[in-house]
Design a protein around this ligand. Structure first.
Ligand SMILES: [Zn+2]
Length: 320
């Protein structure tokens, strides 16, 4: 009886794994650090050891597993199972699906983490039952996902839906992608760090000065500074929300979605504040006739969006 699914959220620093039962409930989970600098074999071995520890920990064998699926950062062709490129992982033109299927002896599927996360929110979370959904995941960077006409839309070679790299100001701050003024450069953690550092250079003080390391801060520090009413953090958040509102307005006008769902680590930490901030500005950037039928919502599955999306990917692929 193959009744369990194994789902993975592969990141630049850790692999999160979960076993789902046939009622789509997570029955067992664990997390393991990856040592990305040690190269491709280390990441592959970490994935394999997460799966085997899940099996042992829950007391089942591979015989009980229907399939394994994962979301990971990067340009990933979901149809062929090849990672074209991944910014934080040692993968390039890497045939991960074929390699891991051989190691597991079970079907293995993979997709871009944010696409998969939005897919999870659509199948099991905030956007259940809708047919047109835009997802924005706000974390260190900014990812996007599109459900159009009841299907996950990923564009040619699954390279599309890079909503975080929508240029909002050609003279804006430099983005990691090489452009200037992308949504990510304003509204992600990287974008907020840009603003905070600019204010520090102007001689202002903020508790965030000590919280930034390697160009990023922890969500917990952002939340604490916001709650302590740190003026620079409050402004950085307000500015992030304003640019999210501008971007959301364009997305509303282009796609007329039923919902824009906001997820990611920043939303998990300060979702109500961000949602209220976006709603404060967004009407000015939407065509009123379209705005009326759009719901703006927080993600429901939070940290588990990608795991649930991977589960949905298994169902989609296995039921073909
Ligand atoms: Zn960019």
């Amino acid at each position: 009886m193959n009744k369990f699914s194994i789902c993975l959220d592969i990141g630049g620093t850790k692999v999160l794994g979960a076993i789902f039962n046939e009622n789509q409930e997570i029955v067992f989970r664990l997390k393991k650090k990856t040592r990305v600098k040690e190269g491709i074999q280390n990441v592959e071995d970490t994935i394999v050891s997460v799966v085997s520890e899940l099996l042992t920990g829950y007391g089942i064998t591979m015989e009980d597993v229907e399939a394994i699926a994962a979301g990971a950062p990067g340009v990933i062709n979901q149809d062929t199972g090849v990672v074209l490129f991944a910014p934080n992982l040692p993968w390039e033109n890497y045939q991960i699906e074929r390699i891991l299927e051989a190691r597991f002896g079970k079907p293995f599927y993979i997709g871009n983490d944010v696409n998969i996360g939005v897919y999870g929110e659509w199948k099991y979370g905030a956007a259940r039952g809708l047919t047109n959904v835009v997802g924005l995941f706000i974390g260190t960077g900014m990812g996007g996902g599109l459900i159009l006409d009841g299907r996950l839309y990923t564009g040619n070679d699954c390279k599309g839906a890079e909503l975080g790299h929508m240029v909002l100001n050609m003279e804006g701050p430099r983005c990691n992608c090489g452009q200037r003024g992308c949504l990510e450069a304003f509204s992600s953690k990287i974008g907020m760090v840009n603003y905070i550092q600019q204010q520090i250079r102007k001689g202002r003080t903020t508790v965030m000065a000590n919280a930034i390391s390697d160009g990023v801060f922890k969500s917990k520090a952002m939340k604490a500074a916001y709650e302590a009413n740190d003026p620079v953090m409050v402004e950085a958040i307000d500015r992030a929300c304003k640019y999210l509102a501008v971007a959301s307005g364009s997305l509303v006008n282009i796609f007329s979605p039923q919902m824009i769902v906001f997820g990611g680590g920043v939303m998990e930490a300060l979702g109500d504040v961000f949602l209220a901030g976006i709603l404060r500005y967004v009407d000015a950037y939407c065509l009123p006739s379209i705005r009326n039928s759009v719901v703006f919502s927080k993600a429901e599955l939070n940290d588990d969006s990608i795991l649930y999306g991977a589960l949905a990917l298994i169902h989609e692929k296995e039921n073909k």
